[in-house]
Design a protein around this ligand. Sequence first.
Ligand code: PLP
Length: 409
Amino acid sequence: MIDTKRIRGDFPILARKENGQRLVYLDNAATSQKPRRVLDAIAHYYSEHNANVHRGAYALAVEATDAYEAARTAVSRFVNAWAREGVVFTRGTTEGINLVAGSWGRANVSRGDTVVVTAMDHHSNIVPWQILCQEKGATLRMVEITGDGRIDLADFGRALEAKPKLVAFPYVSNSLGTVNPAAQLTKLAHAAGAVTVVDGAQSSPHLRVDVRTIGCDFYAFSGHKMLAPMGSGALIAKPELLEAMPPYHGGGEMIERVWDDRSTWNKIPHKFEGGTPNVEAAVGLAVAIAYLEQLGLEHVAEHEQQLARVAVERLSQIEGITIYGPRDHRAGVVPFTYGDIHPHDLATILDRDGVCIRAGHHCTQPLMRRLGVAATARASFYIYNDVDDIESLVAAVRKAGELFRVLAS
Ligand code: PLP
């Protein structure tokens, strides 16, 4: 079980008061807060071990390298990667997907090919493929969603008839909360001969993820949404794919030999980690992983799903509220609109009561068009949220509704 009271004590920022009230942080799909253990690990790294990695012959550099590479092992175990050499540190999901598009995509996608994404993808899993397809003269095919916010499997099947080179989809939607059947989608895509990319930005923080069980080829996630520092994350890939792929960024560390006119490449994963890496981010990510594993990802998922159920139930009792996304197979994300109150206005008013929610298109404009809205308000939960937070949200939403009724009359 998740003991939110104890957990809240681990997060210094949650002691902060907002307009004299308890901070109700419900924007976890955008980024999570960080526990003291992660903050301390960063300070400890800089106070005790900081040096540039992989190049030094002195003790500090060896310690920094050990810490960085230990973090790679932690990530590898966390997602059950095919090999620790298949873990490339990135700035986050966006960079991971751009790496696949820029390297695997440039090498393997040609004129006339098809790349498949879904209408619920985040811009990070759409725009890199648009850029690639435009450059190569390939077609980008967007799979439709059903009325209740799932990937339309019939349309997915139709998209696969084009024998796409690559299929990309989110494990969990940041705008709907839908948990997609990642293993099933991967199997179907593979049967059509495609390579698969899973956007794990919203799954790694909240679910036990096993990339081998999903069976995908690439899996990208961000550390900052799962208690780790900003600028942390990884791309998990099948090693044989990474071996065959050309480099993404050229520079130090990713080379073996450099001549005047050409170079040879370092072993994987270093071939994809040109330049000085963000060691502090990797160190913090390893500590965040340990924190989540101690809680148990199954408990984390159960806790958030329970909060989402309560939030859907309580918000549905307010007249004029529309909730988006499926009733079941939902992670801790609850998107909603409230009559004709603009979600931005709603979020601004809620802030006065110390309630932080996100409003906007959530980097999913194609999805918003399909939902027929310009924006939604979104409450998203994590391990330190509890039912009191939902009560604060509901009370603040009701108050905002009254305010707007007065203003309109
Ligand atoms: N994919 C999804 C589903 C997301 O929710 C996000 C961030 O909100 C991203 C990708 C991009 O993640 P990042 O900005 O950490 O690279």
